[in-house]
Ligand binder design. Structure first.
Ligand SMILES: *Cc1c(COP(=O)(O)O)cnc(C)c1O
Length: 481
């Protein structure tokens, strides 16, 4: 049964509130508000009782799929469970009621939190400077590329090309284009890592830098990273790390030690803020000595026991966000890091890696594995074999919904045909991983025995198969059978 809109449930004069009797004389509205500002017609609002409203939203919330409801193996997105204590601290009145215009002396706690979060992130990444301002990974990329430009301009040698491996996340070439650089693609080799010969062919005096995801979007560690670093820096270019996959590296290896000049960190992925519903994110950027002078303003400093903001950074690229960034997410990430501690951080990555490899070992006899290197926190299967039997990866993804799971990422990275990109994360139990593997193996059997079941999926969800292409053009969210 589709859930009706509140407007459709509305009955004239039904109310969700009662007010006490008026104890002052009633005033006509046009005495209080100038008639020209008054409505000509009553607003068309639903009239509905309180419990109907509550039930409406509770029903909607159970139709949705979210990490608090079930397993969410969306590759590259790190949909791990977010501890509720983060929500508690982020909603403390002392944080929630702050105003960004308050002077430094009155917000010492907030400044201290941001300063210390920055310090932790610098130590986790092995970098020298940081900005917490960017609101997402993609904005962190843009911020870094603007610093790359400022760096080369400050040397009097503007450069206009950024190298991007063909396995990169789509945001990388997009950020390159938006920041006014030209993206040049570098091929992957048969191991799924960067083809060094192709890198050398493309490296020249116009190259401002390279953007590398490590581990890359196949979940594979770039084991030639030090050789790449030498080539890039010898050519006078800069190293950018897309650190959205930091979940695989915490406490094990640091971008700074691999020679990167900038890395963005997705606080909403690695450091546990609920994401995926379009809510705010946070993509701090940590930088090497080379880029420190170009960081966005303001920077948070500490003198004695006092924290303050400084705008005195003559070479800064300026601001990239209003005020200081998405503060509520800093509180969540700070809480998470403090709760989990140094040893805990390394355990996150070790568990993320072992979970991915366990799941892969259960699935690799049923689906093709185009790149065989041992993956880290995620892996990419191919549904090519299944496609030859008439069932696409999209159908498999839809069928998984009938088994009560969120689907993995599909058709990405682009270098794998019929890609099924799976990231289980560290927060799942062996039983959950077993159940997910069993579902995929069962679907694989259905493809042989009863492909119609897979082709007509999903059958058990509130809405059946949607027209994705039309959905992006016709943003009508009303339910129509
Ligand atoms: C998620 C992700 C991004 C983009 O981060 P947003 O916060 O969504 O902008 C970039 N690169 C990789 C590898 C990612 O997984």
């Amino acid at each position: 049964m589709p859930e009706k809109l509140l407007f459709e449930k509305s009955k004239p004069n039904r109310k969700g509130y009662t007010l006490p009797k008026l104890d002052v004389p009633e005033q006509p509205l046009d005495k209080l508000i100038h008639p020209k500002f008054l409505r000509k017609m009553e607003p068309a609002l639903p009239e509905i009782s309180e419990n109907e409203v509550v039930r409406h939203y509770i029903r909607l919330s159970t139709m949705n799929y979210h990490i608090d409801k079930g397993f969410y193996p969306l590759g590259s997105c790190t949909m791990k469970y977010n501890p509720k204590v983060n929500e508690y601290t982020a909603s403390l009145p002392g944080f929630v009621n702050l105003h960004p215009f308050e002077p430094d002396e009155l917000v010492q706690g907030a400044l201290k939190l941001m300063y210390e979060l920055g310090t932790y992130l610098k130590s986790i990444t092995g970098m020298k400077g940081i900005t917490l301002q960017p609101a997402a990974g993609a904005q962190g990329e843009l911020t870094s590329l603007l610093m790359f430009r400022a760096y080369h301009n400050s040397l009097g040698k503007p450069r206009n090309i950024i190298l991007v491996p063909d396995s990169a996340h789509g945001t990388n070439p997009a950020s390159v284009t938006i920041s006014g650089f030209k993206a040049v693609s570098v091929k992957s080799n048969s191991e799924g890592t960067i083809d060094i010969d192709d890198l050398k062919r493309n490296l020249n005096e116009d190259v401002a830098g390279i953007m590398i995801t490590n581990p890359n979007t196949l979940g594979i560690f770039e084991n030639n990273i030090l050789e790449i670093e030498k080539l890039i820096h010898d050519a006078g270019a800069l190293m950018y790390m897309d650190g959205a996959n930091l979940n695989a590296l915490l406490g094990i290896v640091r971008p700074g030690d691999m020679g990167f000049d900038a890395v963005h960190i997705n606080l909403h992925k690695t450091f546990s803020t609920p994401h995926g519903g379009g809510g705010p994110g946070s993509g701090p950027v940590a930088v090497s000595n080379r880029l420190e002078p170009f960081l966005p303003i303001p920077q948070i400093k500490k003198m004695g026991e006092k924290y303050y903001l400084t705008f005195d950074l003559p070479k800064s690229i300026g601001k990239v966000h209003t005020f200081y960034g998405n503060f509520g997410i800093f509180v969540r990430a700070y809480t998470y890091i403090r709760m989990i501690g140094n040893d805990g951080l390394r355990q996150i990555s070790e568990n993320a890696i072992i979970n991915a490899n366990y799941l892969l070992s259960k699935l690799k006899d049923y689906f093709e594995l185009p790149y065989k290197n041992t993956p880290m926190h995620e892996f990419v299967l191919s549904g090519e074999k299944q496609k030859q039997m008439g069932v696409k990866v999209m159908d498999i993804a839809k069928r998984l919904l009938d088994y009560g799971f969120h689907a993995p990422t599909t058709y990405f990275p682009l270098i794998v045909k019929e890609a099924l990109m799976i990231e289980p994360t560290e927060t799942e139990t062996k039983e959950t991983l077993d159940a997910f593997a069993e579902a995929l193996i069962k679907i694989n059997e259905e493809i042989s025995n009863n492909p119609q079941l897979v082709l007509s999926a999903p059958q058990s969800t509130p809405v059946k198969r949607l027209d994705d292409a039309r959905g992006t053009k016709q943003l009508n969210v009303c339910y129509k059978e």
